[in-house]
Design a protein around this ligand. Sequence first.
Ligand SMILES: Cc1cc2nc3c(=O)[nH]c(=O)nc-3n(C[C@H](O)[C@H](O)[C@H](O)COP(=O)(O)OP(=O)(O)OC[C@H]3O[C@@H](n4cnc5c(N)ncnc54)[C@H](O)[C@@H]3O)c2cc1C
Length: 434
Amino acid sequence: MIINTPAPMETSTIKADLAVIGAGMTGMAAALFAVNRKISTALVGQHSAMNFASGIMDLMGVHPAGQQWDDPWKAIDQVRYDLPDHPFAKVENTLIKESLEEVSNFLEGKLPYRRSMGTNVTLVTSVGTPKKTYMVPKTMWNGVKALEKKAPTLILDFTGMKLFSARQIASSLEKIWPGLRSKTIDFPKSELLEELHPEHVARVLDLSANRVALARRIKPLVKDVEYIGFPALLGMYKSVETVAELETLLGRPIFEIPTPPVSVPGIRLQEAMINGLGINKIFYSLSTMATKVTRTDGKEFITTIKGNNGNQTIVSKAVLLATGRFLGKGLVAGRRGICEPLMNLFVTQPESRDGWHRTSLFDPKGHPVNRAGIQTDSAFRPLTSSGEPVLDGLYVAGSILAGSDWMRMKCGSGVAIATALAAVKAIETAGTEK
Ligand SMILES: Cc1cc2nc3c(=O)[nH]c(=O)nc-3n(C[C@H](O)[C@H](O)[C@H](O)COP(=O)(O)OP(=O)(O)OC[C@H]3O[C@@H](n4cnc5c(N)ncnc54)[C@H](O)[C@@H]3O)c2cc1C
């Protein structure tokens, strides 16, 4: 609930132009865009926000149900035509391109990504299905090439690793990729461990000596193969170096395959973004939750956050809500419907719970509950139930928006990044007009 009250007296207060709430892909991209435009920014959200995300960036892959697109721009045009409440209907292609370019340029020296200009690429997922996506970590790029060529390829996994099976991937793909083989090996010095955690292995491989030991075990297996695929755990902070050194040691191009959560590429992406932004004096990162947002009579927002020693506050001219959907509790589903818990914003949703889901769980059309969310105007200001902007200075972006069903349409990162830029540009424009 937004209440117009005077600012509470707090000892620990941060002043910034913008408070971004939520540190998933949307919040991080918004912070980057804001800082690049000299807007001082406080980003509030836990630093584990990306532990679940695969780290690959979809733009638009599927629409309508079952139709996969090679050209995401044609897909977006179709979406705008069919679903005028989709967030892409509020942004131009030039802005979407600019947003992706800006994120990609920022990451280049830290955690480089690759894409095939203008088209989707196809990547193998952890369950062995080919998936169309737009931008992938450089460490996965050889996987796109290997699949394209159907080259003789060996996929490896490690004894004790849960939820990732090289054998399952190879058998799921055998019809379309006959040259694919699989092998399970013991990770060096892990023989006594019952379970192998991807995060732990990734950190171990940041050290060159461990890469050498691993390559020694793999070398005898790769005589007839052109490419080698690994679960995505080749280094935490030094993934590019790890892949390069293993390529040299093994004499083959290698690639990573996304794993189920906990996802090392998701963690890498979050660390690269937050640490990269951290060098800016106008950026504050607060790894905690916002508990309340109010507004003073002087039209500043007061965001209350849980600090180490009690509550702290952020005083800002604008707030951008990027708190995501049900998983991150940006939306909460209850008996009476779906609510937005931080500011009690109006949520567009089916009239009753009976309308949330279609009869079949796997209905290719998806479920209406996944299109529920916050409706905004063209400047990404949230609207009341009667269609008025809630407050000047308040903006919303990312997966909390109504209309996207990102998981089914494969547009998660695209919507997150593009709407973050659109909202930040609106904030910049509003700031210069005052
Ligand atoms: C399992 C999984 C796999 C994915 N795979 C892909 C993929 O293959 N390709 C792709 O493009 N995208 C993928 N994504 C989606 C992508 O990472 C983003 O989740 C998506 O783009 C939406 O981002 P978001 O920032 O809007 O929301 P979220 O990622 O949900 O982030 C919102 C964050 O805000 C936090 N938050 C909520 N309330 C508060 C509060 N009061 N104070 C502070 N913080 C708060 C939440 O805890 C959460 O961490 C995946 C996501 C998941 C979960």
